[in-house]
Design a protein around this ligand. Structure first.
Ligand code: 9UX
Length: 68
């Protein structure tokens, strides 16, 4: 299912690259697109829970403010 994740704390392209990598590391995730400018990740999350998506991002030091 497509999810849109709002993320704070990304300040350069290495940040958005790190978030992309962390999300792509989750099983079943595909089509990850992270926008530094918008502070947002759009992805097909497969069967991953919102909690799992949140943990993947927070574990590498960014904050999740919303998952829709
Ligand atoms: Mo860029 Mo992000 O120097 O934590 S990697 S701001």
């Amino acid at each position: 299912m497509q999810k849109i994740i709002s993320i704070t704390g990304m300040h350069c392209q290495h940040c958005s690259a790190a978030v992309t990598k962390a999300l792509e590391a989750l099983p079943g995730v595909s089509s990850v697109s992270v926008s530094l400018e918008q502070g947002q990740a759009v992805l097909d999350a497969g069967t991953n829970s919102d909690a799992a998506l949140r943990a993947a991002i927070e574990d590498i030091g960014f904050d999740v403010t919303a998952i829709k």
